[in-house]
Design a binder for this molecule. Structure first.
Ligand SMILES: NC(=O)c1ccc[n+]([C@@H]2O[C@H](COP(=O)([O-])OP(=O)(O)OC[C@H]3O[C@@H](n4cnc5c(N)ncnc54)[C@H](O)[C@@H]3O)[C@@H](O)[C@H]2O)c1
Length: 356
């Protein structure tokens, strides 16, 4: 039985709790304890998910005998709980981005390696069935050598303004959204980035007191010569048809692949609403025959993958052998993605191309 704890019980931490609880009902793990510095939220979540509450993650790590910990604190605060847990030989699952500094990522990777624990990052776009099918075609050479492409990921303004006003200015559309697509493209074309040139605009959010970029456009060259642009923003109007707009195109010397990663074919319109669309394979809710809510979709699969990986380790699988997985994102993937995001921000400041 895989014994688990969760640190950071906010919006995304709740998806982790739902996933673990669902796997617990199937006998695959036990959600033992939860931690958040927000006392009210901590007590609510501990009660709802029937787990032991801790306000201090160090105390939780010391007192509970956990196999794995998931970290869903805000972007700049992943490192400390990861390192503390790894030093106690606990496997760690980290929300994206792994860290907002290259040094932080390297430190986490080294400490996890030293302690022989798994460091896994939640880059869930790898688990999207549309993306999995695309990767298979690229791997089989159906579009040949990828020469260029473009990606876009854009949130409605409600995300930075209303969802996490306390830490949005410490993040950016690059850290919050871009990292997903940096990882997706790396994974699809099996290449790391070589150089970056970016432009960013601060305007609308800054006027609302959130000192970060409204939008960032980057051109990234990968080591195989592919040149991909990334359009990232946090300012879509509230009336937009979905919370996020996202997709990509890749063109090779033998073909082209286009993917709308948001609009998967379902359109809705109700009284007093405009036309809405949603990503039907991200996170879905249903009821099972016991009346329990069941969650499915790639947003859940990526979280569950950590539990399956710990199960393999407990059955004797070496962490190095887990690297055969087509889907799992490791600390090293988190590092490569952070290198791109750091270079993007640097390029905006210097006005020059940055070598990664
Ligand atoms: N995978 C995805 O698609 C996805 C989507 C949204 C957010 N995220 C990531 O998940 C992380 C959390 O985002 P969120 O939207 O849930 O944020 P949130 O603000 O809703 O929740 C963060 C929680 O962490 C708690 N916290 C902060 N410091 C802590 C500490 N030292 N110990 C314990 N608890 C602490 C806060 O009190 C808060 O409840 C971020 O890194 C974010 O980028 C990932």
């Amino acid at each position: 039985m895989v014994k688990l704890g969760v640190i950071g019980l906010g919006k995304f931490g709740t998806n982790i709790l739902n996933t673990y609880k669902q796997l617990e009902r199937k006998g695959l793990c036990k959600l033992v304890s939860v931690c958040d510095i927000n006392e009210k939220l901590l007590q609510e979540q501990a009660k709802k998910y029937n787990a032991k509450p801790y306000i201090d993650f160090k105390e939780m790590v010391e007192k509970e005998e956990l196999d794995g910990i998931a970290v869903a604190t805000p972007d700049p605060f992943h490192k400390e709980p990861v390192i503390y847990s790894a030093n106690k030989k606990i496997h760690v699952f980290v929300e994206k981005p792994l860290d907002i500094t290259i040094e932080g990522c390297v430190e986490m990777i080294e400490i996890c390696k030293k302690n022989n624990v798994l460091l896994q990052v939640d880059f869930h776009k790898r688990f999207d069935p549309f993306h999995i099918a695309i990767k298979k075609d690229i791997k089989e050479g159906k579009i040949g050598n990828v020469e260029y492409g473009s990606c876009y990921m854009e949130d409605k303004i409600v995300v930075p303004r209303d969802w996490f006003p306390n830490w949005a200015s410490k993040s950016s559309p690059v850290w919050f959204l871009g990292v997903h697509f940096f990882d997706l493209i790396r994974w699809l074309i099996e290449n790391d980035a070589k150089s970056v040139f970016s432009k960013g605009i601060k305007n609308k959010l800054k006027k609302l007191g959130i000192d970060t970029y409204d939008s960032v456009v980057s051109t990234v060259e990968f080591k195989n010569g592919a040149v991909i642009t990334f359009e990232l923003s946090w300012i879509l109007p509230e009336s937009f048809e979905s919370i996020v707009n996202q997709g990509f195109k890749l063109v090779g010397d033998k073909g082209i692949i286009e993917c709308d990663s948001q609009y998967r074919g379902t359109r809705l319109c109700y009284e007093n609403s405009g036309v809405m669309t949603y990503n039907s394979v991200f996170i879905n809710e249903n009821k099972d025959i016991m009346g329990e809510t069941v969650y499915s979709g790639y947003g859940i699969e990526s979280i569950a993958d950590f539990v399956y990986n710990i199960t393999y380790i407990k059955q004797g699988c070496k962490i190095e052998d887990l690297r055969k997985s087509e889907l799992t994102a490791f600390g090293e993937d988190g590092l490569e993605v952070t290198k791109i995001a750091v270079a993007v921000h640097k390029s905006i400041e210097t006005g020059k191309e940055e070598i990664i």
